[in-house]
Design a protein around this ligand. Sequence first.
Ligand code: CTP
Length: 399
Amino acid sequence: MFPRSREVLLGIGGGISAYKSADLLRRLQELGFSITVVPTRSSQNFVGSATWAALSGRPVYENMWSDVHSVPHIALAKKASAIVIAPTTADLISRLAQGRADDLLTTIVLASTAPLILVPAMHPEMWLNKATQENVEVLRSRGVVIVEPDEGRMTGDDTGIGRYPETSKIISHIAETVNSPSDLLGVSLLVTAGGTREPIDPVRYIGNHSSGKQGIAVAYAARERGARVTLIVANAPETQLEGVRTIHVKTAEEMHHAVTSNFKSSEIVVMTAAVADARPSLPSIEKMEKESYRNIELIPTVDILKELGALKKQQFLIGFAAQTGEDGLKKAQEKYSKKNLDLLFVNDVSGGAIFGEDETSGQIVDASGVIEDVSRVDKVTLANKLLDFASHKLGLPND
Ligand code: CTP
């Protein structure tokens, strides 16, 4: 459900400048990219796999013959939104031009439809050699992006064209090729998801139907736009969103604590969670007898969103309201002002609609009233609409 658009497969060729790709990897991560490294065998004479594993935080794929059952060359080829090979040696250029598949990296390239970006780096004689230049032309004619090498000092005493280019030059080629929006780059976003459960006794709780899908969709959409995302999730099924800091909570009190400890540093806060409005004042340590149900005393929980509204400074605060009945919109507008929000999404949940579904409908409300009617869109689309408003209001540059 959540395909990644900032997923780079970084191939490392066997050149002395392989160490420079460590910086490239870090800079790409800062821009919200996730990186899987596939080093060629000869590149490991320069930089070993331990470095790549530690920097990428992921397994490193070295050859065709590990994890064969998971068919890694096909899985990696499909997952990548771009393949970048840096440095690309003359030998790799030659093998790619011929369409060979004699190691894991070239096999992935052949099996993938993702854009291919090559970063050649070699001595000037090798780069300017007719054989290399003709291979480069063949690759260009197939749509491969070639980042021209820089001119300057080589490993030895010689100078000329063939140096590993400036990292920023490589990154702008990648950003242009992947072309994923990055208006929320570096913006910190806090989102809550799911529904809290308030214990009655060790077995039972007061809960609600929230599936967590809308909050998870917000986390996903924001991460795709480059935000640094913290997701606080209550009782939703495990969803692994790579690159999203996820905190699991169960009760309203735990959520309150997790939200307040992360609020100050956030710029956009989206409260999609269905927080229980009340909880049993004294949950029983022993399983309760049926007869005592009549006597469960409930006390209100903290209204987290209202508290945030009172505390907020730079934060753009988005609330959700699940309403039923005719005057739902009016009540939602009251909530908007009472909780000092910047944006509110009003769901009509009459008859249990929307809970657990992939689609949603409702109205986006601000101080001026309804600003958009949203009808049957998937929850990621709604997330992006809300983020568009936030991004616009915060004056973030359009991507
Ligand atoms: N919310 C919250 N803390 C609570 C209850 C709700 O932060 N204890 C947040 C929800 O995450 C949501 C918004 O408040 O973003 C609206 O929740 P809702 O329960 O519909 O609002 P209430 O003000 O509790 O209104 P009602 O009178 O319908 O209970």
